[in-house]
Design a protein around this ligand. Structure first.
Ligand code: C2E
Ligand code: CA
Ligand code: CA
Length: 525
């Protein structure tokens, strides 16, 4: 991974972690606010329902008082008339005053002040202004504020010269603040609680939206039987108060959940992005391919087989085994990789091997593969099913694989008993190559490239190759020399008695199809 990709990954990680931390916090916060607002709206709805019932009650009472006045017999403003007015006013709790007025609106008498004196005739005498609203049935309404006998009044209903006036408090008595009663036909505020702002309530009444979603929730209730509506609004909070009433518990809970979630997501990402995570993915997705490096008979230069060399095809890039096999060995993935190599070999070369019995493919095993018979248990039926002879699949085991010498000895002899020849790979590079040769019966040695490289040079190690070859002859095991790049090396090794060799001099690792062609060419040679 280069610097740029690492930077990109770090940035992505930060974004994901932040998103994972903030998303539940934000969700919790929004949900909490929503539920608070719903609670508040529910409360406001209850207040509005009660206020509407009360306003309807008041209006009903005023109308019936007015109807009763209309039925009073006799001339208006006589003593008996006034007595009746007072009785009606007393009977209807919400009626503050009742009286009579002339065609010009001038007040003639009232239950509170009796018959108006001669000053009633004067031009500045108390009179009702033109009504704010006129109904079809001759009913007139004034929505105040009006100064009538008995003080300020908010609603006056009048019909055919008689009127009743209500105390504005009668509408909103005992109800919460922020409440207003509205006449829906005239779009006028009839009464409000003392601290409420009538123009704001009217504005809320006219708004088309749903009051639940507002920062300051409100509720509008319309009467079905009267031109009345109630607007109740939650009190406006000052900023510090609003901050205090925020659902902090939810917010902190959300942040804590978010952080936990973010850590978990980060852990998963880091794990997934880690080399081991990527290799695990590669095993799951079967991202391994196999290259075949021909092994030739040094005497005839004819191909006798190939070594299967695994490669990881990672995002269109070919990763060499030295860069991932150690990781696979430590991460417990190597056995799965060995299995995939075998599957690929049989898939790609199975038919070739059944057709040309003289060729073989050798497979590299790791230390862990040499501790149990697991791989042999897979190999045996797979080879049988394909119809490949056991000695066409050979095993290469490095000395690193002999750490558990007893187990390795058993597994190696089991391979050999099953007919799979076994070679000691990279022979001579370990501490105890010779002691292994005494302990294990094997079929061949692979001379490490480092000893082949020094052939022809004056280095002390240049003779190691010939010593190994001599030893192999004594033990009657085959020799395959690795990493032959120059003709003189091939000639030298052959002259010393090495039968087989592999290296770039003959061929680099090939694809299966290339290998089949290569084998055909050397057969014809
Ligand atoms: P190795 O078993 O010693 O394989 C020989 C390595 O030498 C191969 O490298 C091959 O490409 C390289 N090579 C062959 N001829 C020449 C040459 O003339 N000159 C030079 N400079 N190099 C040559 P490769 O493919 O990179 O494999 C490296 C090592 O990875 C192998 O060394 C083997 O130990 C391991 N390996 C490869 N495939 C597998 C596998 O399927 N399983 C396990 N456990 N290990 C594997
Ligand atoms: Ca090998
Ligand atoms: Ca080797």
């Amino acid at each position: 991974m280069n610097k740029l990709q690492r930077g990109g990954l770090a940035a992505l990680l930060v974004v994901v972690v932040l998103a994972a931390a903030l998303a539940p916090a934000a969700a919790g916060f929004i949900l909490a606010q929503r539920s608070l607002r719903l609670d508040e709206t529910e409360r406001l709805s209850r207040v509005a329902d009660a206020a509407l019932a009360r306003a309807e009650d008041v209006t009903r009472s005023l109308s019936s008082a007015l109807a009763e006045i209309a039925r009073v017999a006799g001339e208006p403003c006589t003593a008996s008339y006034l007595t009746e007015l007072r009785r009606i006013a007393l009977m209807h709790r919400q009626v503050r005053d009742a009286g009579a007025y002339g065609n010009d609106g001038r007040l003639q008498c009232s239950s509170l002040r009796g018959a108006h004196g001669p000053e009633a005739a004067s031009p500045d005498a108390e009179r009702l202004p033109p009504p704010d609203w006129r109904g079809s049935d001759g009913l007139s309404a004034w929505f105040g504020p009006l100064h009538l006998p008995g003080g300020e009044t908010s609603l006056v209903l009048g019909r055919s010269g008689s009127y009743v006036a209500a105390d504005p408090a009668a509408y909103v008595d005992g109800t919460a603040s922020g409440l207003g009663i509205i006449n829906t036909q005239a779009s006028r505020v009839i009464a409000t609680t003392p601290s409420a702002d009538p123009s704001r309530l009217l504005a809320l009444y006219r708004r088309p939206d749903d009051g639940v979603r507002c920062t300051t929730p409100y509720v509008v209730r319309r009467s079905t039987s009267m031109p009345l509506a109630v607007v109740v609004s939650a009190p406006r909070q000052a900023l510090p108060e609003r901050i205090r009433s925020l659902p902090w518990g939810w917010l902190f809970g959300g942040v804590a959940t978010g952080i936990a979630l973010a850590c978990w997501v980060a852990y998963l990402i880091v794990q997934r992005m880690s080399p081991r995570g990527q290799l695990t993915d590669a095993v799951r997705r079967h991202e391994f391919i196999v290259a075949y490096q021909p092994i030739v008979d040094l005497a005839t230069r004819r191909c006798v087989g190939a070594e299967a060399l695994v490669r990881w095809k990672h995002h269109d890039r070919i990763v060499r085994p030295d860069d991932f096999i150690p990781l696979a060995e430590h991460g417990g993935l190597i056995q799965a990789i060995t299995d995939q190599v075998l599957d690929t070999v049989l898939l790609e070369l199975g038919e070739f091997l059944t057709r040309y019995r003289e060729y073989y493919v050798s497979i590299n095993l790791s230390a862990i593969d040499l501790t149990t018979p697991r791989f042999l248990d897979n190999l045996r039926p797979a080879v049988a099913e394909q119809g490949v002879k056991p000695d066409q699949i050979r095993i290469e085991a490095t000395e690193r694989g002999f750490l558990d010498a007893e187990a390795a000895k058993e597994v190696i002899s089991a391979f050999r008993e099953a007919g799979h020849p076994v070679y000691i790979d990279d022979f001579g590079t370990g501490y105890s190559s010779l002691s292994h040769l005494q302990n294990f019966r094997v079929d061949g040695l692979k001379i490490d490239k480092s000893f082949v490289d020094t052939i022809g040079q004056d280095a002390a190690s240049s003779s190691v190759a010939s010593h190994i070859i001599e030893m192999a002859a004594t033990l009657e095991v085959q020799v395959v020399a690795e990493g032959i790049e120059r003709e003189e090396q091939a000639i030298y090794l052959h002259a010393r008695g090495a039968q087989f060799g592999q290296g770039w001099l003959f061929s680099p690792p090939l694809t299966a199809a290339e290998f089949i062609r290569y084998a055909g060419r050397t057969r014809g040679a």
